[in-house]
Ligand binder design. Sequence first.
Ligand SMILES: Nc1nc2c(c(=O)[nH]1)N[C@H]1C(S)=C(S)[C@@H](COP(=O)(O)O)O[C@H]1N2
Ligand SMILES: [Mo]
Length: 273
Amino acid sequence: MLKKTQKTRVALMKNQSLDRSRRKLLLGALQATGLVLFSGCEKMFNGLQQNRKFLSLLESAEGANRRVQKFLTGRNKLAQEFTEKDISRYFKPNGNPPPLAMDYMADAASQWQSWRLEVSGLAQSPHSFSLTELKSMPARTQITRHDCVEGWSAIGKWKGVRLEEIMRRVQPQPRAKYVVFHCMDTDSDGTHYYESIDLEDAVHPQTILAYEMNDAPLPLEHGAPLRLRLENQLGYKMAKYIRAIEFVADLKNIQQGKGGYWEDQGYEWFAGI
Ligand SMILES: Nc1nc2c(c(=O)[nH]1)N[C@H]1C(S)=C(S)[C@@H](COP(=O)(O)O)O[C@H]1N2
Ligand SMILES: [Mo]
């Protein structure tokens, strides 16, 4: 008779090989859907499959369908990611030029030593983040295509912290429905740029606050020190020169009440592509 420890070891081994073949099967199924073609997805899958809960959800047919659909369709779909060789040699800076204010220039000159991202509004623990602090948080890098409503596109590589990480830190209140981005730049009338997204887009895996573009600190003209990347919507949603983030229940009391600088002038609030 086998000793108890041996028995458990054999049982464990059996389980492991079963797990391995299941994983292969699942990976194959995902590959067939094209899901694993997204860069970084295989790595993500490898990470996720360590998670038993995820594995069992994936194993149930219903769960698998739900998962795949969540990533491939609708609001939660992952935008296509590209490779290094796809990066555009020229990426057009667009919109307002960098703020001409003295404090912006001084902050830029000191590598943003005294700049802070103020996160407040309907949050349990409002917090001001320094750039160093944001950079010390888990980072995500993505190579994506930017589409401007004017009709041009460019592919760039962005690195930043996921907005969901910020939310984990400040704990939005249950009443919070939108995230508003307040920017430092103004148009020629002195109106500040601003934008907003809902919480569903805020927790999307590719929604990041980027501080790097193409492996260099975010250039002034592309929104230094921090800009939003939100890959399933048009360029005007991606607020640059961010100064503050506010969690709100309603957009009607902010500027003209339509949720964004361009929205206030008639553009769609949901700019899905
Ligand atoms: N603060 C701010 N953010 C902004 C804009 C702006 O004028 N001010 N323009 C928007 C538009 S229309 C586009 S297409 C992108 C341009 O980003 P880019 O300069 O990196 O190309 O920024 C968006 N975010
Ligand atoms: Mo744009």
